[in-house]
Write a protein that binds this ligand. Sequence first.
Ligand code: ZN
Length: 253
Amino acid sequence: MILGGIALHERDAWYLQNRLTDAVRRVLPAGCDPADFELHASEMKSPTHGNQNRPPSGWAAIPQAVRERVLAEAYRVIRTYRPVDHRFPVALFGSVVEGPDRERRAYEEILHKFDEMLNRRTRERGERGERETGFVVHDKRAIERDVQRAAQNWREIAGRMGTLTHLADVPVFADSKASRLLQAADLVSWALWRYYGLTTPDTRWASGLWSLFDGPDGGVMHGLIHVSPRFRSGCTCPPCASRRPLPPAPLTE
Ligand SMILES: [Zn+2]
C-alpha cells in the first residue's frame, strides 16, 4: 500500500497550481489547452486510447517523449517551489506499508505525520504564535468505486486517533481533475510507487523528492515511513536508513 501527499500553506495553493499549469502549457504543442490535461502520472505513461466504456485520454494524442517532458517539468516545479512565507515550506508525506492491515496503517501513518508536523511548527512559533491547523483533501478518484466506504474508514481512523489535535476536520474528498494540488499528491505517490513497487527500483522520479519529505534538520525523514520486514534486515531506502542509528565510530589508538 503506497500513499503520498503534499502539504502546503493555504497562501501557496494558488501559486503552486499555476506553476504546474504553466509547466503543462510550456511543454505541450501550441493550441493544446492545459485544462484538458490532468497531471496523472500513470495515465501520462500509458494513456487510454478509449473503448466503448471510456473516452480516449487527451494524452493519447501526445508523443511519448513530450509526455515524459511534461512529467519531468511537473516534478521540477514541485522540487523547486519556493513558499510565499519561508517559515512554511512545502512538505511531502508518504507511507509505504507491507503486510497485513496495510491500508489502515498507511492512512494512520500519514495523518499522524501531518499532525505531528503541525504540532512541531506550532511549538516552533512559541506561545504567541498562532496554532497551526491542517485540512486533508483526498483524491476521490483513487477510491472511486467506494467513496462512502473510504469516507467512513477515514472517519473511524481519525476518530480512533484521538491524538490528532491539529486537524480541522475529517478528510474531504475531491476530484483530482479539478485540482492541480491533488495531481501534485498523485505525482508524489507515483514516484514512491516507481521506487518501491517495481522489482528494480526506478529512482528517477523519487530521487529529487527525498529532501522535501518532512523531517527537521536533515535527521530522521519523519514525513515518509516504510513499514517492512526488510527494515530489520537492513533496508537501505532513504527513510529506513534515516531511522537506523549510525554505526559506532571506529576506535583508534
Ligand atoms: Zn525501507
